[in-house]
Design a protein around this ligand. Structure first.
Ligand code: DAH
Length: 346
């Protein structure tokens, strides 16, 4: 066999081997390995071409042309097999990754507003319906706003029942939402019609009906010719809105330093309608708020002409209202964040 025959024979054997290996390749990955093995820089075809140096010079182009044909054939065979395999692989992957869209999903548990927030929102909604705006004030408050300007000077006995947490000599955690009245009256000329929901603080021991942190909603109306009749009418509308159309209110004389006259207001028990039951502890009535006509001294202190203007104010205890409303027997439930309790207010 001369050198040319030998080289062609080598080429033919390689082609046969390639054909066999191609038939066996089962993945595009194996196909790539095959390409490297036969056509790569150190591959078999390159090896054969290198051996061409041994051929007589006139035969080399012939042999080169033949080798290039073989390369082209190999390349196109590889490519068409690659397309087939890639197609198979895609189909297989699509089978394996198939999603069953009818499977039930992972439910996201829905929360709900805290019962205190529900009551605050509801009360604010009722007063907004009567034309009141919402106002807010700071929880860290000056003694001046929390007491002094509400006609509760240093040494006044009602400071005893409203002991609080002091930040400094003149700064404290507010004991009531009433200081917001003062802040609004100082900066807003009448007519004023606001409600102020917020958190308040007292240095009280915590038990089933007391907490050192609780909530109030303050109300204030100042205009010309505002009377006690307006106060009672507004509170009656509020009580009916929150506790039901059949609800009545009862106004009892009381004393607050910043209102004159002052009153405590009860609503008829929504459980028994007034005949007496466990909810109202046999009374038929439940106390929910304090109220009165804004003291002329308080108006004047805020720069409002108390000869021309009059006003009424009220303060609603949110915890007490929520407890009564939802039949909650212990105030501490409201702060425990126990889901078994909170989930009942969906
Ligand atoms: N601030 C009073 C309290 O915490 C409640 C109150 C009573 C507010 C009468 C008022 C009011 O605005 O007029 O006990």
């Amino acid at each position: 066999m001369d050198a040319m025959e030998q080289a062609l024979d080598q080429l033919a054997r390689m082609w046969a081997e390639f054909g066999e290996a191609l038939g066996e390749a089962a993945s595009t990955q194996q196909l790539e390995a095959l390409r490297v093995r036969f056509l790569g820089k150190k591959g078999e075809l390159t090896g054969i071409l290198r051996g061409m140096g041994a051929l007589p010079a006139d035969l080399r182009p012939l042999m080169g042309a033949r080798a290039n044909e073989v390369r082209t054939d190999m390349e196109s065979a590889l490519e068409s097999r690659r397309l087939d395999l890639a197609d198979q692989e895609t189909r297989l992957r699509m089978m394996q990754e198939r999603l069953d869209v009818t499977l039930p999903g992972c439910p996201t548990p829905m929360g709900c507003r805290h019962p205190l927030t529900q009551v605050i929102d509801e009360i604010c909604g009722i007063f907004m319906g009567m034309g009141y705006a919402i106002a807010e004030g700071p929880e860290v408050e000056y003694d001046r706003y929390n007491f002094e300007m509400l006609n509760i000077p240093a040494g006044h006995p009602s400071r005893d029942t409203q002991d609080t947490f002091y930040i400094g000599e003149t700064v404290l955690l507010r004991t009531q939402t009433s200081p917001v009245q003062v802040r609004v009256m100082e900066t807003t000329p009448p007519p004023i019609r606001i409600v102020c929901p917020g958190r308040v603080y007292r240095s009280d021991a915590i038990d089933a009906t007391h907490s050192a942190i609780f909530h109030q909603i303050e109300g204030l109306v100042v205009d010309e010719g505002v009377t006690m009749g307006d106060l009672i009418g507004s509170l009656r509308l509020f009580a009916k809105g929150l506790f039901g159309a059949g609800t009545e209110i009862r106004v009892r004389p009381h004393h607050f330093p910043f209102t004159e006259p002052s009153a405590e207001v009860d609503v008829s028990c929504w459980t028994c309608g007034g005949s007496g039951c466990r909810t109202c502890k046999g009374e038929g009535w439940i106390e929910v708020l304090g109220a009165g006509m804004v003291h002329p001294k308080v108006l004047a202190g805020c720069g409002i002409d108390s000869e021309r203007y009059s006003g009424f104010a009220f303060g609603i205890g949110i915890e007490r209202t929520a407890m009564a409303r939802f039949g909650i027997d212990d105030m501490r439930h409201l702060y425990d964040n126990d889901m078994r309790f909170l989930a009942q207010f969906r």
